[in-house]
Design a protein around this ligand. Structure first.
Ligand code: 3EB
Length: 342
């Protein structure tokens, strides 16, 4: 089994990378605000956030494997599976959930989305959630006294606990970003073997954040090492300018950029202690960088080019970060061949 990410393909119906092999596409994402075009046969996460530095404002990402995929739909989740690897996408409209004085529509939708994901993974006997991509509208808006990101965190953690999954330690790599409008959108990858969670010694684990960041902690690990036959994949979660549990360099986008990359480097170093293959390097990662204010983009690009070079693959997206004082967030992935015993 081999899984490969194509992170910057045009929005053509069948890009060259998949021509003749659409059944080998596990799934993907479409980013930008250009018209999404015809829906392909695989599950796609639509991320309606502007792209930065791309005049046509659109791209698609594709996860391609070297085996044919099985496809299905379960409780509104579109998914595909190749061997013991599954990718799915769920979108829930908050309007379909009735708020109560105790539970906002977003909290209810978040819990329900994760419950459906866990039911699918249990039914498919692929219980290990490896990587989750979360997008929601108005992430920093305060509604009924609680920021919407914090409402999402309650629903997410409730579902983990309800399904007897711990909410600390063995939790997936993730990101959680704000877009202008649209449904709660969650994409996920899961497998038959547990991910190896990776934390960052420079940061308090997010699942241990103190209550000043919300009534429930976020449920994610700083990175995850996951294994397919013959392959090791490193997923680095959304990584921001946080040291300990505090935001550092408020109002200083260059400072936040440097600190975020220092955190990515620390996570990579920690992953390299745990990895079964050769060490990962910052210059081999494939990056997605979320920038809160579009006008900061040139400075962010210049700063990152100075730190990791300008030949590195980076997709820039304008999105809201889950703390109002964070100006950017960096996520990344890489893959290594695993030497298998003869
Ligand atoms: C942080 O480190 C920044 O809630 O799933 C990064 C990655 C962040 C994932 C999530 C949030 C999440 O706290 C925010």
């Amino acid at each position: 089994m081999n899984l490969q990410l194509f992170s910057d393909l045009p929005l053509a119906d069948l890009p060259d990378a998949v021509a003749g092999g659409a059944d080998r596409v596990l799934g993907g994402a479409r980013l930008g605000q250009a018209s999404p075009g015809l829906a392909p046969g695989w599950p796609v996460q639509a991320i309606a956030a502007p792209l930065l530095g791309k005049p046509d404002d659109s791209l698609q990402e594709i996860w391609r494997c070297d085996a044919a995929c099985a496809a299905g739909e379960s409780e509104g989740i579109r998914w595909r599976r190749a061997g013991n690897l599954l990718y799915g996408v769920i979108e829930l409209a908050e309007a379909d959930f009735s708020p109560t004085p105790a539970v906002s529509a977003l909290q209810a939708a978040s819990a329900e989305a994760y419950r459906r994901i866990f039911r699918l993974l249990d039914a498919q006997r692929l219980p290990n959630l490896w990587r989750v991509w979360n997008y929601l509208a108005g992430i920093n808006q305060e509604v009924d006294g609680l920021e919407r990101y914090r409402q999402f965190n309650i629903g997410r953690q409730d579902a983990f606990l309800e399904f007897r999954r711990g909410a600390t330690g063995n939790v997936p790599a993730a990101c959680a970003l704000g877009v202008a409008e649209g449904p709660l959108s969650i994409a996920f990858m899961a497998g038959d073997t547990p991910a190896v969670p990776v934390e960052n010694p420079r940061q308090v684990s997010a699942y241990n954040y103190p209550a000043e960041y919300g009534p429930r902690s976020p449920t994610f690990s700083r990175a995850a090492l996951v294994y397919l036959p013959g392959q090791e994949i490193l997923f680095i979660s959304g990584t921001a300018s946080i040291v300990g549990h505090r935001t550092v360099h408020p109002d200083d986008v260059v400072g936040q950029c440097r600190e975020s990359l220092a955190n990515v480097a620390a996570v990579v170093a920690e992953a390299n202690r745990l990895a079964r293959t050769t060490a990962y390097g910052l210059d081999e990662l494939s990056y997605r960088v979320y920038v809160r204010q579009a006008e900061d983009f040139p400075l962010v690009r210049e700063t990152l080019a100075g730190l990791i070079g300008d030949t590195v693959e980076i997709v820039y997206v304008q999105a809201d970060i889950c703390r109002h004082d964070l100006l950017l967030e960096i996520e990344a992935m890489a893959s290594h061949t695993l030497e298998t015993c003869a």
